[in-house]
Design a protein around this ligand. Sequence first.
Ligand SMILES: [Ca+2]
Ligand SMILES: [Ca+2]
Length: 356
Amino acid sequence: MGKMMLLLTVFIIFGALFVERLVVFRQKLFADRVVPLKRLPNCELIPGIDNGAEDIDILPNGLAFFSSGLKYPGLKTFEPHKGGHILLMNLMSESPRPVELKIEGGFDIDTFNPHGISLYTERNDSIYLFVVNHPEGNSAVEIFQFFEEERYLLYLRTVTNELLSSVNDILAVGPEHFYATNDRYFRSETVSVYVEMFWGLSWTNVVYYSPKKVKEVASGFYSANGINMSPDGKFIYVADILDHSIRVFQKMSNMNLSPVKVLKLETILDNISVDRTTGDLWLGCHPNAAKLLSYDPKNPPGSEVLQVKDILSDKPQINQVYVDDGTIIQASSVAIMFNKHLIIGTVFQKALYCHL
Ligand SMILES: [Ca+2]
Ligand SMILES: [Ca+2]
């Protein structure tokens, strides 16, 4: 009898724990809310982008770089046999069109699976493009030099490290120096979803890499995703996609990150862009991540863009700029401003160009 009671008690406790986790898991994934549509009047789909533009970065002269063709475990891809590439679009031209950038220098283009990107310009004006790559499901950071006149990328080097285990996005801070976010702790998708996500383990982190030193600089994220920096270079912003929050850090002289604050949002945010002149944050968000994970063309994942003003103040202003139910654009992962133009990129679908 005693044994039976004990078993029953354990069963009840475990059952209650399981149900509690199920509720939290649902909240994290669905963000459980109704999001009314909010479209912008002057937008056009960018021709030639049908296979995603997961991340976008723009040079001050208006040259925009897109990472396209991501294949990520558990997420949709429309062209599973087509390799990934980097697209370039000149926002200063009359009617901008993206072109695929040629990559010189013996880079393995066949296994190219680009994810987060980041531009870095040196004092001597050399321009570097850092790209998170998942060749055959692994994680690497590729460093390219961009030659503007001739319009091509020169492959310089591949960075791999055991601390760079599941990289989502990067922030370049030197010619071979960067911060990287890891979005999962476990490599296996199944273990990651059923153990890490379901049981709410906050085991992912931010890593700083330089040729001399590699170190974890922030931890305790449910799933660290987008990363970017304030225009003055003093603050680093990291999106925790499952915590629905942005964590703000101060960048120390030894490149460690010192926590400043956490900004809670209602939606599931992906990549973070920072407006160079205003310092505003622009966020590509997923209004409902469950639709993202189980893709149904009849009920596709939507898109959402948020703007955050004065993030360091006591009262940051959060503006919902754009919401679509997937009719126009699905699975927005990035939103970036250039002059009065807003570009919205997606994990696996199209990209939208809006004139505000
Ligand atoms: Ca990025
Ligand atoms: Ca991302």
